[in-house]
Design a protein around this ligand. Structure first.
Ligand code: FAD
Length: 425
């Protein structure tokens, strides 16, 4: 463990799947010694590894196999080798070709996180603090992170991977011009209150409206269906997007898509980032009435479509609960400039704004290379580097991406970017 006045290269705030990504990428690409040699303080109050996935009451939207792909490049000897044959790994491997419950994924990620934490704890320049980051301040030389126990950690840069919280103002959002949630705000809950076991779920009784069409929206539908609901209406803004392994597979399923805009140029998948998978795919497929699907689980209304406007107003007025599934912004600790004034991050409809290197952007449009933010609520937008369907305009989010393409981007940035100045976007 370093001495108390030691200054680190990086302070990682949060130790969930996003934070672990660059460390795993470094191990795979032979750069672990270089990364750890810079000095890392990792601040995480809970178990290192699983993050929020340990609390979600749903199945994974990804297959089990990709969660295990991180092991492929980590070698059969060395610190990660023991992971190959643990009970948690074997259980996840049994779900390699299906969508495992996240309660099966999280224990594997916890084991992975324990190996990473062990590596940091054993390194003379690194440290793991079982603590919360309560505030982050820029200094002329770097950053200072103040923890819940009152410790001030100085580092060249901070990696802010503290997960997400519901987008500010979700209960008053305008779903479409003239279709406001504000008059119904007492009935509005965020999708995370159903999905995340850390929250008290609303009673799943009576009529429900789900606003959104993402994986979280369909997960909410699935949880509502398991309750005592008297009908579910989904009001979605954009066309429902289904994931397929290839364009041929999508065509064979009778799914209509744009052969250029909806197909990833890197791997040919249809709706690679924006597409629904697993149980959400099944439910949306049924709602769209694709050939051979089960009966529609919900009534679909399209926000902004004049033919659905009256029905949408009526559904909101009659609903007992309205579940808003419009996503997350980064759940960051308070940030301050070097002079102590507040540094307010910019947020947009897809969460907290960062550059294509993950540098946090503030409300004045200034990018801060010393503050690297990504993960739930602050994902990097798909770019030529990480592929994705051109029609996808939201953030790229997912454990595999953190451990591969996004991990690479962040790792390269941490090891090679100089942070002497600030960039204006
Ligand atoms: C409902 C849902 C389902 C998802 N399912 C999948 C899936 O099946 N497959 C997939 O690949 N991706 C999935 N994702 C996307 C994404 O991979 C996960 O959200 C993932 O958990 C994001 O990792 P993260 O590290 O950004 O955030 P989190 O998992 O939320 O981790 C944040 C970590 O930071 C810690 N922390 C929080 N505040 C502080 C603080 N102040 N100081 C220090 N530490 C702090 C927390 O304790 C936590 O460990 C899903 C997302 C959602 C919302």
């Amino acid at each position: 463990m370093p001495s108390a006045d030691h200054s680190f290269g990086f302070v990682f705030c949060g130790g969930g799947p996003a934070a672990l990504g660059p460390v795993i990428t470094a191990a795979r690409s032979g750069r672990l010694d270089e990364l750890l040699g810079r000095g890392i303080a990792l601040v995480e109050p809970g178990p290192v590894g699983p993050g929020g996935l340990a609390h979600y009451r749903i199945g994974a939207n990804s297959l089990g196999g990709p969660f295990l792909e991180c092991l492929d490049g980590l070698g059969d000897t060395g610190p990660f080798a023991a992971l190959h044959d643990l009970p948690e790994t074997r259980l996840l491997r049994a779900h390699a070709d299906g969508h495992p419950p996240l309660s099966v994924v999280a224990p594997f990620l916890t084991r992975l996180g324990a190996v990473v934490a062990g590596l940091l704890e054993a390194h003379p320049r690194c440290e793991v603090l079982r603590d919360r980051a309560e505030a982050v301040r820029l200094t002329p030389e770097g950053v200072v992170v103040t923890t819940g126990s009152g410790r001030g950690i100085t580092a060249r840069r901070a990696v802010l991977a503290t997960g997400g919280r519901p987008l500010t103002g979700y209960a008053d959002a305008e779903v479409a011009p003239g279709l406001e949630l504000a008059p119904h705000r007492d009935k509005v809950v965020h999708s995370s209150s159903l999905i995340d076991a850390r929250h008290t779920p609303p009673p799943a009784r009576g009529k429900a409206v789900v606003v959104g069409g993402s994986h979280s929206a369909w997960s909410a539908v699935d949880l509502l269906l398991a309750g005592d609901t008297d009908g579910i209406t989904m009001i979605h803004r954009t066309a429902l997007r289904l994931w397929y392994d290839s364009a041929d597979e999508a065509r064979a399923d009778g799914y209509a898509f744009d052969a250029e805009l909806d197909v990833c140029p890197v791997n040919g998948r249809v709706n690679r980032y924006g597409g629904l998978r697993g149980r959400a795919h099944e439910l949306a497929r049924a709602a769209l009435g694709l050939p051979g699907a089960a009966p529609a689980p919900v009534r679909l209304l399209r926000a902004g479509d004049p033919r659905d406007t009256e029905a949408a107003h009526k559904a909101l007025a009659e609903a007992d609960v309205i579940v808003m599934a419009n996503g997350f912004e980064a759940d960051l600790p308070p940030l301050h400039h070097a002079d102590g004034t507040a540094l307010t991050p910019a947020t947009g409809p897809t969460g907290t704004v960062v550059t294509d290197r993950g540098h946090l952007v503030d409300v004045h449009g200034t990018a801060h290379p010393r503050l690297v933010a990504y993960g739930l609520g602050a994902g990097l937008a798909p770019s030529a580097d990480i592929g994705g369907e051109p029609s996808y305009t939201r953030r790229a989010d997912g454990v595999w991406l953190y451990q591969h393409d996004i991990g690479e981007i962040v790792l390269d940035d941490l090891l090679h970017t100089t942070t002497t100045g600030e960039n204006h976007t």
